[in-house]
Ligand binder design. Structure first.
Ligand code: C5P
Length: 283
């Protein structure tokens, strides 16, 4: 049997750093959404063994990676007799949770192909793996282990832009000026429409954006390019360097993406919709 699973890009619409644990991990309060754009993981039952082939436009980013999260996830499930292929579309180490989303897709795919139960501990594969298991709009707290659904989002589209500069997540966390920032409001409101959501989101933050911009000035350039291309709101995702611009519909997002590709052909630019109902559902 052959099967496939989407590993969607994870985008932090807001990311507040509210504290730090004694083991160094940071406490977060984040609104996380997933996009129709992502990596694709395919699996085929074979006689024996467990193999992974990486292909696709961003495969080079994983060259020499001997500790691939897909294989780690498959090992956690003691998968055997599977040939896996990861079609890599998301830039590696870019704030889009590619590795965590790939690991979550591997867990879902192995569970489907082998009938095995999902492991109870997915957090140890990566702090973003629990939210990536849901792959629906969620609020994420703790270091990533507290995942709850969020109110329905209005229809929107986004443009993802990566300036092709890598950012080290631990370095960005370490450069934070404050680690005790206020959390998001609780409970979250119900947003009536796109305009109201943007107004609300604009009052919140990605606390990692300032230290990431200080380390990688290209991020500020990406944010102003998204503003100039007409984004209703532009912000960095995760620890960067990928930024997103929000648009009320796909047509406007596609137009902005075309403009950005013309202006900065070396950037990775992707217009995409949001997943509302998990890896198989779309907004
Ligand atoms: O868990 P993951 O491998 O995704 O995290 C990468 C690094 O990011 C961690 O080693 C840690 O330095 C930092 N991190 C953190 N607090 C979090 C998540 C990640 O400090 N909540």
């Amino acid at each position: 049997m052959t099967d496939a699973e989407l590993a969607p890009a994870k985008v932090n619409l807001a990311l507040h750093v509210t504290g730090q644990r004694s083991d160094g991990y940071h406490l977060l309060d984040s609104l996380v959404v997933f996009t129709q754009a992502g990596d694709i993981l395919r699996g085929q039952e074979v006689q024996s063994g467990l193999t992974l082939r990486v292909a696709g436009p961003e495969a080079a980013g994983l060259a020499g990676d001997n500790d691939n999260l897909v294989l780690r996830a498959a090992h956690v499930m003691q998968a055997e007799g599977l040939a896996l292929e990861l079609e890599k579309h998301l830039p590696v180490a870019s704030g889009l949770g590619g590795g965590s989303s790939d690991a979550a897709a591997a867990l879902r795919l192995v569970a489907r192909l082998t009938g095995r139960a999902l492991p109870e501990d997915v957090l140890s594969l990566g702090a973003d793996v629990p939210v990536c298991m849901a792959a629906t709009p969620c609020r994420m707290r703790g270091i990533g282990e507290r995942v709850t659904p969020m109110p329905a989002l209005p229809h929107m589209a986004m443009v993802l832009v990566n300036p092709r500069v890598g950012v080290s997540t631990p370095t960005v966390f370490a450069a934070l000026a404050r680690k005790d920032n206020p959390p998001l409001p609780d409970p979250l409101p119900d947003w009536a429409d796109f305009a109201q959501f943007i107004l609300w989101l604009g009052k919140h933050r990605n606390d990692l954006q300032a230290p990431a911009c200080a380390a990688v000035p290209d991020i500020a350039q990406v944010l102003s390019a998204l503003d100039n291309a007409g984004a209703a709101l532009a912000r960095m995702s995760g620890s960067g360097a990928t930024c997103f611009g929000l648009f009320p519909d796909m047509e406007r997002a596609e137009r902005a993406a075309q403009t950005l590709r013309r202006v900065e052909p070396q950037w990775w630019v992707q217009a995409t919709g949001l997943l509302q109902g998990g890896p198989d559902g779309t907004a």
